[in-house]
Design a protein around this ligand. Sequence first.
Ligand code: 2DT
Ligand code: MG
Length: 212
Amino acid sequence: RDHNNGSRGALIVLEGLDRSGKSSQCSRLLSYLVGLGHSAELWRFPDRSTGVGKIISSYLSNNSQLDDHTIHMLFSANRWEKRSLMENKLETGTTLIVDRYSYSGVAFSSAKGLHFEWCKAPEIGLLAPDLVVYLDILPEKAAERGGYGGERYEHLEFQKKVARCYQVLRDSSWEIIDACQPIEDVEKQLKGMVLDCVMACQKGKPLSNLWP
Ligand code: 2DT
Ligand code: MG
């Protein structure tokens, strides 16, 4: 089955601290949508496969050092280099489930002390998500889950700052899910929100740009 009928796909973004469950929920969502006959893909930022992505990856694994402003702009550039493909996919009916987006960009860089509005500026003109879901978890709870890798930013003290920056960034359009619930409960709530969003986009909700 193909529910597409010439309508556009939805841009769905999951945000949250490290270990909040974004990646597992993204893959569950993908199987769910594909199972329903929708055209859907799972994307993530940073996309480490591109040239810019490789520089970012080396920075995150502490194999290189970069000025905070410089790496901020590279994260943004990494979204810009995917923008036209993203628009194309959406317009041809593919729904994109995206693991982190501009909100991570602003939250993580402003957590280092960079100016909030300065951090938002390079994101202007990227595609605005149709749905942003924040998987809400206390930094302490996320840390208790274990499994922080050795990457830059994967430390409780920094994650606490990131959590505060996400609070500043979040607006009334975001959906918030308590990520401390059992994984199946999170999944169930997420599926409902995502399906509503996919339907709204099929019915002609227009694409727009950041920041709305
Ligand atoms: P993953 O662990 O999800 O691969 O993320 N980050 C991410 C930023 O600082 N700026 C951004 O624009 C994005 C998308 C969050 C790797 C780390 O990179 C951070 C965690
Ligand atoms: Mg990580």
